[in-house]
Design a protein around this ligand. Sequence first.
Ligand SMILES: [Zn+2]
Length: 258
Amino acid sequence: MAKRLKEPSTMILDDLVVLGRGAPNNLKDGRISSCVACWSPRVGLIRLYPTSWYSRKIRRWNVIRVEVYQAPGDWRRNSYKIKDSKNFKTIESKIEIVGRIPYPNRHDLIRRISQGYPVNLFYDDYQVVEDNFTCPDELNKLHQSMGLVIPFKIIEHKFEGKKLKIHYKCQRTTPWSYNCESKNGHWATVLEDGVYQWLKKNPTKKERVISNLHLYDDWYMKYFLIGNGVYTPRSFMIISIFRFKRERGSIGIGQSVK
Ligand SMILES: [Zn+2]
């Protein structure tokens, strides 16, 4: 008799904010998947994998409702799967859009996530979620697999094929914390799908992506959403880059305005 696989216990998350999506990768069976980074006031930062790269509902700032379970065999506590995600023909019907974060609220949401504060967007009974480890070295120490980093200084960048790599130094955001302890900063590959698609379509205009991201522009406050690989726990990649224009005259935490 065939052994029956135990059904994993699922939960419904109806407050998941989509924060970003990685470049597509081809699975052996022909599905085109990508890794999606989300945040919920209840569970903090999570990754959803696999998801269909063609999904129209998985868009940054959409708030979605999905039934998920923790990815079995993945040591990273933030890894989840959508129920029945093996079938990409029906996966889209398992995702429901329940809202969208309005433009003026986006920076505040990202700032609060980076500070580890819970954000009561839709619920009164949220719990405190700690995701305020804003350095890859610190995430490593704590065996965490995702975090939101404030790059204090962008040192340089380079292109390797269709991939952008950024060298940066980060900073914690709370007044009692220290600056990034790493002497030489961190190199990270950018996985963000938007960046990848631009480089793929515009191989002769690679540098344009740097100005589009306002990478060296101090008038833009930047945040990197980073995550590591299941087999490469020490290597953090940038899943999503957020940039918000500062108000004139304001000086934000962690970055100087000339
Ligand atoms: Zn650091």
